[in-house]
Write a protein that binds this ligand. Structure first.
Ligand code: PLP
Length: 422
């Protein structure tokens, strides 16, 4: 598709829908041409309470007339500490205090800085297929697609990659895949970056941009064991998978693992820019005051108000439960619809569902793109992901209703018939 660009906008943004959007409400967005689109991208897992949830809008308006910004090194906006208290009561026990920033990448970068300064070690282990952002350091941690690194290398050094347990890709069962990945990780620690040099291991509990691949719980448990044995810190990047997206408040919850550092963003504030790094008080005490921060670091009172309202909406509307129930239904229906394409893997917890399309064991990026386009032509917005761009990702808002899921499914089914099953 030819994407029209405004002369005042960089063409570096790729875009699914070229017509300007003028309004959003719940699961829908409305463009300037009068079209209504079913938005199952949720701004890449950001607008989890739906577009312009009335409670969030109200909180933003009320806060805007009280205090818009209080710079954290100059003053302490009351709402920042109120939000931190609320967040602490919902995060794992190991997470006791927070540093706030604006984007996921900024928070990941801060988390790595904290790990390095706290351990006095230099290196980082990340996983093949991971995505952690687009700043220099987070690009160095990212390996989901070549385009995120290509043209920007060399990137910061001291980053080592280990295989992620992508069972479908390897063609092995969970146990065999996890065993292989742990063996590779132990080898990495013997041969390329010793524990004494390694500050942290960073992992997405559900690989996002890399293909919506959930890490088996045993993998997260094993990572915790290695970290406990070696003093390496375990950073869980829940930027995309957090805040109820997976049918649990946190995607790693079923493992029972306590992270050393938790990184949060996206669904945190229903679209207002905010991210958080959580750690134990003991760890945070090792971060020399003044050695990290930023003008907007933590102080945006309006984002905080939106985040507080988002937590309330998630709980009052039982959105974690809704994500689980609607997600199970969506996955079940997708499995039936996609039965004629047996080389398809449908996976992911809650409303973080990936549909990986292959043909004769090879990634089928062409069909993936045709399906995405056909759905878009029928006013259903879906994203793709995966190193081979052969995964369709389903990210409806956590507020999505059964009728809206059915609407999306019938568009998808008709699109599949059009492009693949004539
Ligand atoms: N970490 C994960 C797991 C992500 O999915 C993303 C963004 O997609 C990031 C970090 C970076 O977040 P941001 O785009 O807000 O910088």
């Amino acid at each position: 598709m030819q994407i029209p660009t405004s002369s005042a906008l960089s063409q570096v943004w790729s875009r699914i829908h070229p017509v300007p959007i003028v309004r959003g409400e719940g699961s829908y967005v409305f463009d300037s041409g009068g079209n209504r689109l079913l938005d199952f991208t949720s701004g890449i897992a950001v607008t989890s309470t739906g577009h312009c949830h009335p409670r969030v809008v109200e909180a933003i308006s009320a806060q805007a007339s009280q205090l818009i910004f209080g710079q954290m090194n100059c003053m302490l906006p009351d709402i920042v500490s109120r939000y931190a208290e609320q967040l602490r009561s919902r995060t794992p026990d190991s997470i006791e205090s927070f540093f706030f920033s604006n984007s996921g990448a900024e928070a990941v970068e801060g988390a790595i800085k904290l790990a390095k300064v706290a351990t006095q070690r230099t290196n980082v282990i990340a996983f093949d297929g991971g995505f952690h952002g687009r700043t220099a350091l987070t690009m160095a941690l990212t390996s989901s697609k070549g385009i995120y690194r290509s043209g920007y290398q060399p990137l910061p050094s001291g980053v080592f990659f280990s295989p992620f347990p992508a069972c479908f890709r390897y063609g092995w069962d969970e146990e065999q895949t996890v065993d292989f990945c742990m063996e590779q990780l132990r080898h990495l620690l013997k041969a390329r970056t010793t524990a004494a040099e390694t500050a942290c291991i960073i992992v997405e509990p559900v690989l996002g941009e890399g293909g919506f691949i959930p890490a088996p719980t045993s993998f997260i448990e094993h990572l915790r064991e290695i970290c406990d044995e070696t003093g390496i810190l375990l950073i869980l990047d829940e930027v995309q998978s957090g805040f109820g997206r997976t049918g649990n408040m946190w995607a790693h919850e079923p493992s029972g693992v306590q992270p050393d550092i938790l990184v949060l963003a996206k669904g945190i504030a229903s679209g207002m820019p905010l991210s958080a790094i959580g750690a134990s008080d003991h760890l945070m005490e090792k971060w020399p005051p003044g050695s990290h921060g930023g003008t907007y670091g933590g102080g945006n009172a309006i984002s905080m108000a939106a985040a507080l309202a988002t937590l309330e909406v998630i709980e009052e509307e039982d959105l974690v439960h809704n994500a689980r129930v609607q997600g199970d239904y969506l996955k079940h229906q997708l499995t039936e619809i996609l039965e004629p394409l047996p080389d398809t893997d449908i996976r992911g917890p809650g409303l973080m569902i990936g549909v990986e399309l292959t043909h004769n064991g090879k990634p089928n990026a062409r069909l993936t793109s045709q399906l995405q386009q056909a759905c878009h032509d029928a006013d259903l917005m879906l994203l793709t992901c995966g190193t081979d761009s052969n995964v369709l990702r389903w990210l409806p808002p956590l507020t999505v209703s059964r009728d809206e899921i059915n609407e999306g499914l019938s568009i998808f089914e008709a699109s599949l018939r059009k492009v693949a099953l004539q």
